[in-house]
Write a protein that binds this ligand. Structure first.
Ligand code: DAH
Length: 347
């Protein structure tokens, strides 16, 4: 190229081409690509112009360089302007899409709750705790002695058939009742004794109201002059707090080897208030627990003088109370952890 006019024409053509091209560019990424392309020092339409310098006669070099720089400056300014414009538009679109309405109500966070068995156990512990009972932690694996013999149920006693036992060995078993804790407490402590002992018990039993593993809460009070009246007074407080102020208890004679006399405790039906309904099978009363006056031979076996001290004991089925209170008709619902069931029970 020897003629500056020729150069001017060439630059004008490049300018025109760039102008045309820029009109069609709609995003900043394409601006970047196009600019890279044009300014590339080897192949770019503008970037490679300096390479030509060697072919330019000396006297024209200065003018050539000036014109090339001019078009470079012009092109850079064009690219930058378009880039800025497109980037602004792109930001606007982005902000629009990310816009949030801070006045909208927040999504409700799902709140977990304690398992109904835990809720019920906590309520029982609170109620008896407020009456001055201490908590005794029993053992789930027991010896035959604590689970049966010491509770006045010797080998071959028919009462052993009342509970289908999981034996681990001839000596060890999974406790069938929290009553075994009574013996440990009476061996370890001197009267006055006033404890509750909640925990798991195990029986080979499985239907709508029985499960091989379930929970009981034992209660034991040993002191001078303790009678069935004390038992009923405490149980009245318990049932009124769980089932409602107007709930009453009724004691019916029963039989447990470790209590004499023994009673079954009923509550007045908290659904029909005595009128008779399906829950109470038309009787107005619902059986809720076993209890009694601690058998003298059990006290003596633990080294407690039965001519000085007397005791009362009771055993509450925690799932049974939960099922009654929450209207659950199958004990399995309390072990299957189905959230549709568990979500409904938040006391
Ligand atoms: N242990 C008995 C059972 O599991 C319940 C029971 C009855 C506990 C009478 C007691 C009681 O403390 O005095 O069937």
């Amino acid at each position: 190229m020897t003629d500056l006019n020729e150069l001017s024409e060439k630059l004008s053509a490049i300018k025109a081409e760039i102008k045309d091209e820029l009109v069609n560019i709609t995003n900043s990424k394409s601006v970047y690509e196009y600019r890279k392309n044009i300014m590339d020092s080897k192949s770019g339409k503008i970037g490679s112009l300096m390479k030509e310098m060697c072919k330019i006669p000396n006297e024209m070099k200065a003018e050539y360089g000036k014109k090339v720089n001019e078009i470079k400056t012009w092109a850079q300014a064009e690219f930058e302007e378009l880039d800025k414009k497109l980037k602004e538009a792109e930001m606007r679109v982005k902000y629009e899409s990310e816009k949030i309405d801070v006045t909208l109500p927040a999504k409700k966070a799902k709140k977990g709750n304690l398992h109904p068995n835990t809720q019920m156990r906590n309520q029982l512990v609170d109620i008896f705790g407020s009456m001055g009972f201490d908590i005794y932690e029993g053992r789930e694996i027991e010896t035959d002695y604590y689970n049966f013999t010491a509770l006045n149920i010797p080998q071959d006693h028919p009462a052993r058939d009342m509970q289908d036992t999981f034996y681990l060995s001839p000596e060890f078993l999974l406790r069938t009742q929290t009553s075994s804790g009574q013996i440990h407490v009476m061996e370890e402590q001197k009267p006055p004794i006033k404890i509750i002992s909640p925990g798991k018990v195990f029986r080979s039993d499985d239907d709508a109201t029985h499960s091989p593993m379930f929970s009981q809460m034992e209660g034991l009070v040993v002191d001078k002059g303790i009678t069935l009246c004390d038992l009923q007074g405490m149980l009245d407080v318990f049932v009124q707090k769980i089932f409602g102020e107007d709930t009453k208890t009724r004691l019916r004679p029963s039989y447990f080897p470790f209590t004499e006399p023994s009673v079954e405790v009923d509550v007045s039906c908290f659904q029909c208030h005595g009128a008779g309904c399906r829950l109470c099978k038309g009787t107005g009363w619902i059986e809720i627990l076993g209890a009694g006056v601690v058998n003298k031979s059990v006290l003596e076996g633990c080294g407690i003088d039965s001519s000085v001290y007397s005791g009362i004991a009771f055993g509450i089925g925690i799932e049974r109370i939960a099922m009654l209170k929450y209207g659950i008709n199958n004990i399995k619902h309390l072990f299957e952890s189905d959230l549709r069931v568990l979500d409904q029970i938040d006391d």
